[in-house]
Design a protein around this ligand. Structure first.
Ligand code: GDP
Ligand code: MG
Length: 451
Protein backbone atom coordinates (compact mmCIF):
# COMPACT_ATOMS: atom_id res chain seq x y z
CA UNK A 1 0.00 0.00 0.00
CA UNK A 2 1.20 3.49 -0.81
CA UNK A 3 2.42 5.94 1.76
CA UNK A 4 -0.60 7.83 3.04
CA UNK A 5 1.31 11.07 3.49
CA UNK A 6 2.06 11.51 -0.17
CA UNK A 7 -1.40 10.98 -1.59
CA UNK A 8 -3.24 14.10 -2.54
CA UNK A 9 -6.99 14.55 -2.45
CA UNK A 10 -8.65 13.29 -5.66
CA UNK A 11 -10.38 15.97 -7.73
CA UNK A 12 -14.00 15.14 -8.57
CA UNK A 13 -16.08 16.87 -11.28
CA UNK A 14 -19.85 16.73 -11.51
CA UNK A 15 -21.20 16.49 -15.06
CA UNK A 16 -24.53 16.01 -16.78
CA UNK A 17 -27.41 17.76 -18.45
CA UNK A 18 -28.71 21.10 -17.23
CA UNK A 19 -31.36 20.84 -14.50
CA UNK A 20 -30.64 17.20 -13.77
CA UNK A 21 -29.38 18.17 -10.32
CA UNK A 22 -25.62 18.81 -10.35
CA UNK A 23 -25.75 21.89 -8.14
CA UNK A 24 -28.27 20.36 -5.77
CA UNK A 25 -26.13 17.24 -5.44
CA UNK A 26 -23.05 19.29 -4.59
CA UNK A 27 -25.00 21.39 -2.12
CA UNK A 28 -26.26 18.23 -0.49
CA UNK A 29 -22.80 16.73 -0.22
CA UNK A 30 -21.59 19.97 1.28
CA UNK A 31 -24.54 20.28 3.64
CA UNK A 32 -24.24 16.67 4.67
CA UNK A 33 -20.66 17.19 5.60
CA UNK A 34 -21.43 20.32 7.58
CA UNK A 35 -24.24 18.82 9.64
CA UNK A 36 -22.22 15.72 10.35
CA UNK A 37 -21.10 17.70 13.37
CA UNK A 38 -17.40 18.01 12.88
CA UNK A 39 -17.19 21.76 12.92
CA UNK A 40 -14.60 23.06 10.53
CA UNK A 41 -14.06 19.60 9.14
CA UNK A 42 -15.24 20.60 5.73
CA UNK A 43 -13.12 23.14 3.90
CA UNK A 44 -14.57 25.57 1.47
CA UNK A 45 -12.08 26.31 -1.29
CA UNK A 46 -12.28 28.72 -4.16
CA UNK A 47 -14.22 26.83 -6.81
CA UNK A 48 -14.18 23.63 -4.81
CA UNK A 49 -15.31 21.92 -1.62
CA UNK A 50 -13.16 19.45 0.28
CA UNK A 51 -14.81 16.66 2.18
CA UNK A 52 -12.26 14.93 4.44
CA UNK A 53 -12.21 11.16 4.69
CA UNK A 54 -13.29 11.18 8.35
CA UNK A 55 -16.49 13.03 7.51
CA UNK A 56 -17.26 10.55 4.75
CA UNK A 57 -16.55 7.54 6.94
CA UNK A 58 -18.76 9.05 9.62
CA UNK A 59 -21.50 9.35 7.05
CA UNK A 60 -21.09 5.76 5.98
CA UNK A 61 -21.62 4.72 9.59
CA UNK A 62 -19.01 1.96 9.71
CA UNK A 63 -15.75 2.95 11.46
CA UNK A 64 -14.12 -0.27 10.26
CA UNK A 65 -14.02 1.28 6.80
CA UNK A 66 -11.49 3.84 8.00
CA UNK A 67 -8.50 1.61 7.40
CA UNK A 68 -9.65 0.57 3.97
CA UNK A 69 -9.26 3.95 2.34
CA UNK A 70 -6.01 5.79 2.01
CA UNK A 71 -7.08 8.98 0.22
CA UNK A 72 -7.32 11.99 2.55
CA UNK A 73 -10.78 12.98 1.24
CA UNK A 74 -12.46 14.20 -1.93
CA UNK A 75 -12.23 17.63 -3.57
CA UNK A 76 -15.45 18.45 -5.43
CA UNK A 77 -15.25 21.11 -8.13
CA UNK A 78 -18.08 23.63 -7.76
CA UNK A 79 -17.94 25.37 -11.12
CA UNK A 80 -21.46 25.39 -12.48
CA UNK A 81 -22.27 23.23 -15.44
CA UNK A 82 -20.23 20.29 -16.57
CA UNK A 83 -17.71 22.49 -18.33
CA UNK A 84 -15.43 22.35 -15.32
CA UNK A 85 -14.30 18.99 -16.58
CA UNK A 86 -12.97 20.28 -19.88
CA UNK A 87 -11.55 23.37 -18.20
CA UNK A 88 -9.60 21.28 -15.74
CA UNK A 89 -7.04 20.00 -18.15
CA UNK A 90 -3.34 19.48 -18.30
CA UNK A 91 -1.45 18.84 -21.49
CA UNK A 92 -4.20 17.06 -23.38
CA UNK A 93 -5.22 15.12 -20.31
CA UNK A 94 -8.03 15.53 -17.87
CA UNK A 95 -7.13 16.94 -14.53
CA UNK A 96 -10.23 15.68 -12.86
CA UNK A 97 -9.36 12.35 -11.27
CA UNK A 98 -12.94 11.17 -10.94
CA UNK A 99 -16.37 12.27 -12.14
CA UNK A 100 -20.02 11.98 -11.31
CA UNK A 101 -22.49 11.94 -14.19
CA UNK A 102 -25.90 13.06 -13.00
CA UNK A 103 -28.94 11.92 -14.94
CA UNK A 104 -32.56 12.61 -14.04
CA UNK A 105 -34.02 9.12 -13.69
CA UNK A 106 -37.41 10.39 -14.87
CA UNK A 107 -36.13 12.25 -17.93
CA UNK A 108 -33.35 9.94 -19.00
CA UNK A 109 -30.50 10.88 -21.32
CA UNK A 110 -30.20 14.37 -22.84
CA UNK A 111 -27.56 15.95 -25.11
CA UNK A 112 -25.20 16.92 -22.32
CA UNK A 113 -25.49 13.46 -20.79
CA UNK A 114 -24.20 11.95 -24.02
CA UNK A 115 -21.52 14.59 -24.25
CA UNK A 116 -20.33 13.95 -20.69
CA UNK A 117 -20.01 10.24 -21.42
CA UNK A 118 -18.06 10.82 -24.62
CA UNK A 119 -15.61 13.12 -22.88
CA UNK A 120 -15.11 10.70 -20.00
CA UNK A 121 -14.58 7.83 -22.38
CA UNK A 122 -11.98 9.81 -24.29
CA UNK A 123 -10.02 10.61 -21.14
CA UNK A 124 -10.60 7.18 -19.54
CA UNK A 125 -11.70 8.92 -16.34
CA UNK A 126 -13.30 6.62 -13.76
CA UNK A 127 -16.80 7.77 -12.87
CA UNK A 128 -20.06 6.89 -11.21
CA UNK A 129 -23.52 7.55 -12.62
CA UNK A 130 -26.06 9.11 -10.31
CA UNK A 131 -29.69 8.37 -11.25
CA UNK A 132 -31.17 11.42 -9.57
CA UNK A 133 -34.62 12.54 -8.40
CA UNK A 134 -35.85 9.16 -7.20
CA UNK A 135 -38.13 11.08 -4.81
CA UNK A 136 -40.19 12.05 -7.86
CA UNK A 137 -41.03 8.45 -8.68
CA UNK A 138 -44.74 8.21 -8.07
CA UNK A 139 -45.54 6.77 -4.66
CA UNK A 140 -42.00 7.22 -3.34
CA UNK A 141 -41.87 7.79 0.40
CA UNK A 142 -38.77 9.79 1.20
CA UNK A 143 -36.38 8.71 3.93
CA UNK A 144 -34.10 11.63 4.53
CA UNK A 145 -30.37 10.96 4.11
CA UNK A 146 -30.69 7.16 4.26
CA UNK A 147 -28.41 4.94 2.20
CA UNK A 148 -30.09 3.53 -0.89
CA UNK A 149 -30.61 -0.03 0.36
CA UNK A 150 -32.35 1.20 3.50
CA UNK A 151 -34.71 3.57 1.72
CA UNK A 152 -35.42 1.06 -1.05
CA UNK A 153 -36.52 -1.53 1.52
CA UNK A 154 -39.08 0.90 2.90
CA UNK A 155 -40.83 1.43 -0.45
CA UNK A 156 -43.83 -0.59 -1.58
CA UNK A 157 -43.35 -3.32 -4.15
CA UNK A 158 -44.99 -1.20 -6.86
CA UNK A 159 -42.64 1.68 -6.21
CA UNK A 160 -39.63 -0.61 -6.13
CA UNK A 161 -40.65 -2.00 -9.50
CA UNK A 162 -41.09 1.48 -10.95
CA UNK A 163 -37.62 2.45 -9.80
CA UNK A 164 -36.09 -0.68 -11.30
CA UNK A 165 -37.81 -0.06 -14.63
CA UNK A 166 -36.53 3.50 -14.87
CA UNK A 167 -33.12 2.49 -13.60
CA UNK A 168 -32.76 -0.18 -16.27
CA UNK A 169 -33.70 2.34 -18.93
CA UNK A 170 -30.70 4.37 -17.78
CA UNK A 171 -28.55 1.25 -17.73
CA UNK A 172 -29.76 0.40 -21.24
CA UNK A 173 -28.77 3.85 -22.49
CA UNK A 174 -25.34 3.43 -20.96
CA UNK A 175 -25.03 0.12 -22.72
CA UNK A 176 -25.88 1.83 -26.04
CA UNK A 177 -23.05 4.25 -25.33
CA UNK A 178 -20.63 1.39 -24.91
CA UNK A 179 -20.63 1.07 -21.13
CA UNK A 180 -21.46 -2.06 -19.20
CA UNK A 181 -23.42 -0.78 -16.20
CA UNK A 182 -25.40 -2.11 -13.25
CA UNK A 183 -27.06 -0.87 -10.11
CA UNK A 184 -23.95 -0.19 -8.06
CA UNK A 185 -24.72 -2.69 -5.30
CA UNK A 186 -24.92 -5.41 -7.96
CA UNK A 187 -21.51 -4.60 -9.42
CA UNK A 188 -18.85 -7.13 -8.57
CA UNK A 189 -15.99 -5.55 -10.50
CA UNK A 190 -15.93 -1.77 -10.85
CA UNK A 191 -13.05 -2.03 -13.29
CA UNK A 192 -15.38 -3.70 -15.78
CA UNK A 193 -18.80 -2.41 -14.85
CA UNK A 194 -20.04 1.09 -14.24
CA UNK A 195 -21.98 1.62 -11.01
CA UNK A 196 -25.29 3.48 -11.12
CA UNK A 197 -26.51 4.89 -7.80
CA UNK A 198 -30.19 5.84 -7.39
CA UNK A 199 -30.25 9.10 -5.46
CA UNK A 200 -32.33 12.06 -4.43
CA UNK A 201 -30.14 15.13 -4.22
CA UNK A 202 -32.99 16.89 -2.43
CA UNK A 203 -33.70 14.36 0.33
CA UNK A 204 -30.15 13.00 0.52
CA UNK A 205 -31.23 9.41 -0.07
CA UNK A 206 -28.36 7.49 -1.66
CA UNK A 207 -25.74 10.20 -1.07
CA UNK A 208 -23.67 8.03 1.32
CA UNK A 209 -23.60 5.41 -1.42
CA UNK A 210 -22.24 7.89 -3.97
CA UNK A 211 -19.43 8.86 -1.61
CA UNK A 212 -18.67 5.22 -0.95
CA UNK A 213 -18.42 4.36 -4.65
CA UNK A 214 -16.19 7.40 -5.28
CA UNK A 215 -13.82 6.33 -2.52
CA UNK A 216 -13.77 2.84 -3.96
CA UNK A 217 -12.92 4.17 -7.42
CA UNK A 218 -10.19 6.41 -6.01
CA UNK A 219 -8.72 3.44 -4.23
CA UNK A 220 -8.81 1.10 -7.23
CA UNK A 221 -7.78 3.41 -10.00
CA UNK A 222 -5.83 6.31 -8.66
CA UNK A 223 -3.17 5.37 -6.19
CA UNK A 224 -0.35 6.08 -8.61
CA UNK A 225 -1.88 9.26 -10.09
CA UNK A 226 -2.33 10.77 -6.68
CA UNK A 227 1.29 10.50 -5.62
CA UNK A 228 2.70 13.97 -5.38
CA UNK A 229 5.45 15.94 -3.86
CA UNK A 230 4.20 18.54 -1.41
CA UNK A 231 7.50 20.38 -1.49
CA UNK A 232 7.75 20.72 -5.26
CA UNK A 233 6.94 23.86 -7.23
CA UNK A 234 3.21 24.43 -7.57
CA UNK A 235 1.38 23.38 -10.73
CA UNK A 236 -2.25 24.12 -11.41
CA UNK A 237 -4.96 24.95 -13.92
CA UNK A 238 -6.89 28.20 -14.28
CA UNK A 239 -10.59 27.58 -13.64
CA UNK A 240 -11.76 31.14 -14.18
CA UNK A 241 -10.50 34.64 -14.73
CA UNK A 242 -12.63 36.85 -12.49
CA UNK A 243 -12.93 40.56 -11.89
CA UNK A 244 -13.09 41.27 -8.12
CA UNK A 245 -13.93 44.61 -6.59
CA UNK A 246 -10.77 46.25 -5.32
CA UNK A 247 -8.53 43.52 -6.72
CA UNK A 248 -8.99 43.77 -10.47
CA UNK A 249 -8.54 40.61 -12.50
CA UNK A 250 -7.97 37.55 -10.31
CA UNK A 251 -7.54 33.87 -11.09
CA UNK A 252 -9.45 31.02 -9.54
CA UNK A 253 -7.15 28.05 -9.86
CA UNK A 254 -7.00 24.43 -8.83
CA UNK A 255 -3.50 23.55 -7.68
CA UNK A 256 -2.95 19.85 -8.33
CA UNK A 257 0.69 19.43 -7.46
CA UNK A 258 3.27 20.98 -5.16
CA UNK A 259 3.14 24.21 -3.18
CA UNK A 260 2.28 27.80 -4.06
CA UNK A 261 3.37 30.69 -1.83
CA UNK A 262 2.65 34.37 -1.60
CA UNK A 263 5.44 36.20 -3.44
CA UNK A 264 6.14 33.27 -5.80
CA UNK A 265 6.81 34.01 -9.45
CA UNK A 266 4.20 32.26 -11.58
CA UNK A 267 3.86 31.69 -15.31
CA UNK A 268 0.34 31.53 -16.78
CA UNK A 269 -0.94 30.75 -20.25
CA UNK A 270 -2.49 33.55 -22.27
CA UNK A 271 -3.38 34.19 -25.90
CA UNK A 272 -0.05 35.93 -26.47
CA UNK A 273 3.19 35.36 -24.60
CA UNK A 274 2.75 33.60 -21.25
CA UNK A 275 2.13 35.96 -18.34
CA UNK A 276 4.93 36.24 -15.79
CA UNK A 277 3.95 37.79 -12.50
CA UNK A 278 4.43 37.68 -8.73
CA UNK A 279 1.64 36.45 -6.47
CA UNK A 280 0.42 39.42 -4.46
CA UNK A 281 -2.11 37.52 -2.40
CA UNK A 282 -3.49 34.01 -2.05
CA UNK A 283 -7.14 34.14 -1.11
CA UNK A 284 -9.48 31.58 0.35
CA UNK A 285 -13.17 31.99 1.19
CA UNK A 286 -14.01 33.03 4.72
CA UNK A 287 -15.81 30.60 7.00
CA UNK A 288 -19.45 31.30 7.74
CA UNK A 289 -18.44 32.33 11.25
CA UNK A 290 -16.36 35.18 9.91
CA UNK A 291 -19.05 37.19 8.16
CA UNK A 292 -18.25 40.24 10.26
CA UNK A 293 -15.37 40.86 7.89
CA UNK A 294 -16.11 43.00 4.90
CA UNK A 295 -14.16 40.95 2.40
CA UNK A 296 -15.38 37.54 1.29
CA UNK A 297 -11.80 36.36 1.26
CA UNK A 298 -9.00 35.83 3.70
CA UNK A 299 -5.32 35.76 2.89
CA UNK A 300 -3.11 32.75 3.35
CA UNK A 301 0.64 32.56 2.86
CA UNK A 302 0.88 29.16 1.31
CA UNK A 303 -1.27 26.39 -0.18
CA UNK A 304 -0.49 22.76 -1.02
CA UNK A 305 -2.21 20.51 -3.58
CA UNK A 306 -4.97 19.64 -4.10
CA UNK A 307 -6.58 22.97 -3.36
CA UNK A 308 -8.75 25.64 -4.94
CA UNK A 309 -7.46 29.17 -4.37
CA UNK A 310 -7.85 32.68 -5.74
CA UNK A 311 -4.73 34.51 -6.89
CA UNK A 312 -4.36 38.25 -6.92
CA UNK A 313 -1.41 39.54 -8.94
CA UNK A 314 -0.64 42.29 -11.43
CA UNK A 315 -1.27 41.65 -15.11
CA UNK A 316 -3.70 38.75 -15.00
CA UNK A 317 -6.20 40.22 -17.49
CA UNK A 318 -5.15 38.13 -20.49
CA UNK A 319 -5.00 34.79 -18.67
CA UNK A 320 -6.82 31.89 -20.30
CA UNK A 321 -9.28 29.63 -18.52
CA UNK A 322 -8.04 26.07 -18.74
CA UNK A 323 -4.42 27.08 -19.15
CA UNK A 324 -1.58 26.00 -16.90
CA UNK A 325 -0.15 28.00 -14.05
CA UNK A 326 3.32 27.06 -12.86
CA UNK A 327 5.62 28.32 -10.15
CA UNK A 328 9.06 29.33 -11.43
CA UNK A 329 12.34 30.29 -9.83
CA UNK A 330 15.02 32.51 -11.31
CA UNK A 331 16.81 29.41 -12.58
CA UNK A 332 13.75 27.69 -14.05
CA UNK A 333 11.93 30.73 -15.43
CA UNK A 334 12.95 30.41 -19.10
CA UNK A 335 12.27 26.71 -19.14
CA UNK A 336 8.85 27.12 -17.49
CA UNK A 337 7.83 29.92 -19.85
CA UNK A 338 8.72 27.72 -22.83
CA UNK A 339 6.82 24.83 -21.28
CA UNK A 340 3.65 26.86 -20.70
CA UNK A 341 3.86 28.33 -24.17
CA UNK A 342 4.12 24.95 -25.80
CA UNK A 343 1.21 23.64 -23.74
CA UNK A 344 -0.96 26.44 -25.13
CA UNK A 345 0.33 26.10 -28.69
CA UNK A 346 -0.49 22.41 -28.70
CA UNK A 347 -4.16 23.31 -28.51
CA UNK A 348 -4.36 26.36 -30.72
CA UNK A 349 -4.43 26.14 -34.46
CA UNK A 350 -3.55 29.11 -36.58
CA UNK A 351 -2.28 27.85 -39.87
CA UNK A 352 -3.83 30.24 -42.34
CA UNK A 353 -4.52 27.39 -44.77
CA UNK A 354 -7.86 25.81 -45.63
CA UNK A 355 -10.52 24.99 -43.07
CA UNK A 356 -13.19 26.12 -40.62
CA UNK A 357 -12.78 28.51 -37.69
CA UNK A 358 -13.46 27.37 -34.12
CA UNK A 359 -13.92 29.68 -31.13
CA UNK A 360 -14.43 28.34 -27.61
CA UNK A 361 -14.68 29.64 -24.06
CA UNK A 362 -11.78 27.74 -22.55
CA UNK A 363 -8.68 25.94 -23.67
CA UNK A 364 -10.16 22.62 -22.63
CA UNK A 365 -13.38 23.01 -24.60
CA UNK A 366 -11.34 24.18 -27.59
CA UNK A 367 -9.21 21.10 -27.30
CA UNK A 368 -12.27 18.86 -27.17
CA UNK A 369 -13.79 20.55 -30.24
CA UNK A 370 -10.59 20.38 -32.25
CA UNK A 371 -10.35 16.71 -31.35
CA UNK A 372 -13.92 15.99 -32.48
CA UNK A 373 -13.59 17.82 -35.82
CA UNK A 374 -10.19 16.28 -36.52
CA UNK A 375 -11.68 12.88 -35.81
CA UNK A 376 -14.14 13.64 -38.62
CA UNK A 377 -11.25 14.83 -40.81
CA UNK A 378 -12.65 18.33 -41.02
CA UNK A 379 -9.81 20.75 -41.79
CA UNK A 380 -9.41 23.59 -39.29
CA UNK A 381 -7.85 26.87 -40.30
CA UNK A 382 -8.03 28.59 -36.97
CA UNK A 383 -8.96 27.51 -33.45
CA UNK A 384 -8.70 29.83 -30.50
CA UNK A 385 -10.25 30.85 -27.21
CA UNK A 386 -12.49 33.92 -27.20
CA UNK A 387 -15.77 35.40 -28.39
CA UNK A 388 -16.55 35.76 -32.10
CA UNK A 389 -15.12 39.14 -33.05
CA UNK A 390 -15.57 41.43 -36.03
CA UNK A 391 -12.15 40.36 -37.23
CA UNK A 392 -13.14 36.67 -37.07
CA UNK A 393 -16.23 37.45 -39.12
CA UNK A 394 -14.22 39.25 -41.79
CA UNK A 395 -11.64 36.49 -41.87
CA UNK A 396 -14.29 33.82 -42.35
CA UNK A 397 -15.99 35.86 -45.06
CA UNK A 398 -12.82 35.86 -47.16
CA UNK A 399 -13.00 32.07 -47.47
CA UNK A 400 -14.65 31.12 -50.74
CA UNK A 401 -15.49 27.48 -50.16
CA UNK A 402 -18.87 27.50 -48.36
CA UNK A 403 -17.83 24.35 -46.47
CA UNK A 404 -15.08 26.32 -44.78
CA UNK A 405 -16.59 29.79 -44.65
CA UNK A 406 -17.83 28.64 -41.27
CA UNK A 407 -17.45 29.74 -37.65
CA UNK A 408 -18.10 27.23 -34.87
CA UNK A 409 -18.68 28.89 -31.49
CA UNK A 410 -18.80 26.92 -28.27
CA UNK A 411 -20.14 28.78 -25.25
CA UNK A 412 -19.00 32.13 -26.70
CA UNK A 413 -20.73 35.38 -27.55
CA UNK A 414 -20.96 37.02 -30.95
CA UNK A 415 -19.84 40.66 -30.68
CA UNK A 416 -22.53 43.07 -31.88
CA UNK A 417 -20.39 44.44 -34.74
CA UNK A 418 -19.56 40.88 -35.77
CA UNK A 419 -23.25 40.01 -35.68
CA UNK A 420 -24.15 42.91 -37.96
CA UNK A 421 -21.41 41.94 -40.37
CA UNK A 422 -22.35 38.26 -40.35
CA UNK A 423 -26.00 38.98 -41.08
CA UNK A 424 -24.96 40.60 -44.34
CA UNK A 425 -22.45 37.91 -45.25
CA UNK A 426 -22.65 34.30 -46.40
CA UNK A 427 -20.61 33.03 -43.47
CA UNK A 428 -22.30 30.12 -41.73
CA UNK A 429 -22.21 30.37 -37.92
CA UNK A 430 -22.97 27.53 -35.53
CA UNK A 431 -23.14 28.19 -31.81
CA UNK A 432 -24.09 25.84 -29.00
CA UNK A 433 -23.01 24.77 -25.56
CA UNK A 434 -23.02 21.13 -26.51
CA UNK A 435 -19.90 19.97 -28.33
CA UNK A 436 -21.33 17.08 -30.24
CA UNK A 437 -24.30 19.11 -31.37
CA UNK A 438 -21.88 21.48 -33.13
CA UNK A 439 -20.24 18.54 -34.84
CA UNK A 440 -23.62 17.14 -35.91
CA UNK A 441 -24.92 20.49 -37.12
CA UNK A 442 -21.80 20.98 -39.19
CA UNK A 443 -22.05 17.50 -40.68
CA UNK A 444 -25.65 18.17 -41.63
CA UNK A 445 -24.67 21.44 -43.24
CA UNK A 446 -21.93 19.73 -45.26
CA UNK A 447 -24.42 17.13 -46.50
CA UNK A 448 -26.86 19.83 -47.56
CA UNK A 449 -24.13 21.70 -49.42
CA UNK A 450 -23.08 18.59 -51.25
CA UNK A 451 -26.58 17.76 -52.45
P1 GDP B 1 -28.18 21.55 -12.50
O1 GDP B 1 -28.56 22.44 -13.63
O2 GDP B 1 -27.78 20.19 -13.00
O3 GDP B 1 -27.15 22.12 -11.57
O4 GDP B 1 -29.52 21.28 -11.68
P2 GDP B 1 -29.98 21.89 -10.29
O5 GDP B 1 -29.24 21.29 -9.16
O6 GDP B 1 -29.98 23.36 -10.38
O7 GDP B 1 -31.47 21.32 -10.21
C1 GDP B 1 -32.47 21.70 -11.12
C2 GDP B 1 -33.83 21.60 -10.46
O8 GDP B 1 -34.10 20.24 -10.08
C3 GDP B 1 -33.93 22.42 -9.18
O9 GDP B 1 -35.21 22.97 -9.10
C4 GDP B 1 -33.75 21.38 -8.08
O10 GDP B 1 -34.38 21.72 -6.89
C5 GDP B 1 -34.38 20.16 -8.70
N1 GDP B 1 -33.78 18.92 -8.19
C6 GDP B 1 -32.48 18.58 -8.19
N2 GDP B 1 -32.31 17.37 -7.63
C7 GDP B 1 -33.52 16.93 -7.28
C8 GDP B 1 -34.02 15.74 -6.64
O11 GDP B 1 -33.28 14.81 -6.31
N3 GDP B 1 -35.37 15.66 -6.44
C9 GDP B 1 -36.21 16.65 -6.81
N4 GDP B 1 -37.51 16.48 -6.56
N5 GDP B 1 -35.80 17.77 -7.40
C10 GDP B 1 -34.46 17.93 -7.63
MG1 MG C 1 -26.15 23.93 -11.75
Amino acid sequence: MADKKNLRTPIVCVMGHVDHGKTTLLDKIRGTAIVSGEAGAITQHIGATEVPIDVIIDKLGDPRLRDRFIVPGLLFIDTPGHHAFTTLRSRGGALSDLAIVVVDINEGFKPQTYESLQILKRFKTPFVVVANKIDRISGWVSQKDLPFAATFKKQSEDVQARLETKLYEVIGELYNQGFAAERYDRVTNFQKTLGVVPVSAVTGEGIPDVLMVLLGLAQKFLEVNLQYSAEGPGVGTVLEVKEEKGLGATLDIILYDGTLKKGDTVVIGSLGEPIQTKVRALLKPRELSEIRYESKFKQVNKVTAAVGVKISAPGLEGALAGSPIRVATEETLDEIVAQVKSEIDEVRIDTGSVGIMIKADTLGSLEALVHEFQKDEVPIRKAEVGDISHRDAIEASTVEDPLYSVIIGFNVKVHPDARDFLQESTVKVFTSDVIYRLVEDYQKYVKEQQE
